[in-house]
Design a protein around this ligand. Structure first.
Ligand SMILES: C[C@@H]1N[C@@H](C(=O)NCc2ccccc2)[C@H](O)[C@@H]1O
Length: 442
């Protein structure tokens, strides 16, 4: 092992109540909302297909013109309670809102910059309304914060000169001040989701990122931070120079999932963040440009994450007025419908320790020990294969919801077919398994 002064604060999975709640939540709503939500990927009549939150770059817009968008930010239709009830109906147990994306515009009134909500026609502390509404709805609130800040004069990608180093020292102080300010202003917040920490400037400041994690966790005991905050002594990110995870959960799965058969991911807590279009985090006016994931696709991703001991953070991008697009509202409703019947297989679930099968995913409820089969691919044989450890056997299998008991057919030493009634299955469904210890094998 390489000796590190600025590696992880601890090893393994946190078992404190705050982290256990994070793990039980399993399903969250990501919200990207900022000045980029106003143009929505269209500039001077031209539509740009690249991610809408990067329109400034993809449309080559001048800094002053882009920053002028703050004088247009007036989300008069924003209603925190409505947003929270949509998330509640979807079945999200936590939410993560972009307080400041790479553009540097702050959705909260910050003492440390003029580029914030206070200096817009809207003026009000939108973040307070948001945090209060979601907290009152029983949804845990996390805050996304981009270290990368295109607006701040002291941001440097690389530290090439002494001037750069001095500027970046001021930038580090600014960053720390803003983060402490967020924790002080919004005491309900459960964690911080860092982004924009891939540049050399941050890799060169592993010590600072370590001390920042310590400081924030002292300020807010139980605080949860993602793996993107940290760099180690040698500039390694997410995992240190020994391959150990830094931060409280691995957050490298952005718009991608691990291989469903990869059991190594179960060693740490992790989260996949996902867009509904191929690559749009901020609101984009034209979703026809790329594939839009449908509800069944998204449910399968949610099921896969739970089956491998990870969380699924699904992104929504409201427009500049604070309104979600129709597609997002429909998907939220359809996911919520499915969760009404099947959420026992998701909330409080974890890796079941059973061999992955083609028909779908196993999950295991950590409290009840109940094992679930979440079925997406019904085989032409209508036989769902289950391979159990030698000492276990299935005593019962029931469809969740309708409760129907399913026939079982044991074969070989440790395989069982759960037999489905031969009919058409048009949406994913869940089977609850009751397992029992085998009689002493003869
Ligand atoms: C969670 C996502 N991370 C941001 C992202 O992809 N940043 C990477 C990036 C930064 C700069 C140019 C292109 C791409 C996206 O905008 C989302 O916030």
């Amino acid at each position: 092992k390489i000796k590190l002064d600025y590696g992880p604060l601890y090893h393994g999975k946190r078992q404190d109540p705050a982290m256990k709640k994070w793990r039980e939540n399993r399903f969250g709503q990501f919200i990207h909302w900022g000045l980029y939500s106003i143009p929505g990927g269209v500039w001077e009549g031209k539509t740009y297909g690249y991610a809408a939150e990067f329109l400034k770059a993809s449309a080559g817009i001048s800094t002053e013109r882009w920053n002028g968008l703050k004088d247009e930010f007036n989300p008069t239709e924003f209603n925190g309670k409505e947003w929270a009830s949509m998330a509640k109906a979807m079945g999200a147990k936590y939410v993560c809102l972009t307080t400041k994306h790479h553009e540097g515009f702050c959705l909260w009134p910050s003492k440390y910059t003029e580029f914030d909500i206070e200096n817009t026609p809207y003026q009000k502390d939108l973040m307070k309304e948001f945090v209060d509404a979601y907290s009152e709805a029983g949804i845990d609130v996390y805050l996304y914060y981009s270290v990368l800040d295109w607006y701040h004069p002291d941001w440097r990608t690389k530290l090439k000169t002494m001037d750069d180093v001095e500027a970046f020292e001021r930038f580090k102080t600014f960053t720390q001040n803003q983060l402490v300010e967020l924790l002080e202003r919004y005491p309900q917040v459960k964690g911080l989701w860092f982004d924009g920490t891939w540049d050399q400037c941050w890799k060169d400041n592993g010590k600072f990122s370590y001390e920042l994690e310590v400081l924030l966790k002292e300020k807010r005991p139980g605080l949860i931070v993602n793996s993107r905050l940290r760099a180690d002594d040698f500039g390694k990110r997410h995992r240190d120079s020994n391959g150990d995870l830094m931060g409280d959960f691995e957050s490298g799965y952005e718009r991608r999932l691990p291989d469903p058969r990869d059991t190594s991911v179960t060693k740490n807590d992790w989260e996949c963040c996902m867009t509904i279009p191929e690559n749009q985090w901020g609101y984009h006016k034209d979703w026809t440009l790329t594939h839009q994931k449908n509800t069944n696709e998204l449910l399968e991703m949610l099921a896969q994450c739970s089956s491998q001991g990870g969380n699924f953070l699904l992104n929504f991008g409201p427009n500049g007025k604070g309104v979600f697009r129709a597609e997002e509202k429909r998907i939220a409703r359809e996911i919520g419908e499915w969760m009404k019947t099947n959420s026992a297989a998701i909330y409080g679930s974890d890796y079941a320790g059973l061999k992955k099968q083609d028909w779908g995913y196993f999950t295991k409820n950590t409290k009840s020990g109940e094992v679930y089969m979440i079925v997406f691919n019904v085989p032409i044989s209508y036989q769902l294969r289950v391979e159990l450890p030698k000492h276990q056997t299935i005593s019962k299998a029931n469809m969740v919801g309708i409760g129907q008991e399913l026939q079982l057919e044991k074969f070989d030493s440790n395989e069982t077919f759960v037999l489905l009634p031969p009919k058409s299955y048009t949406s994913p469904f869940v089977i609850r398994l009751e397992l029992k210890a085998n009689k002493k094998s003869q």
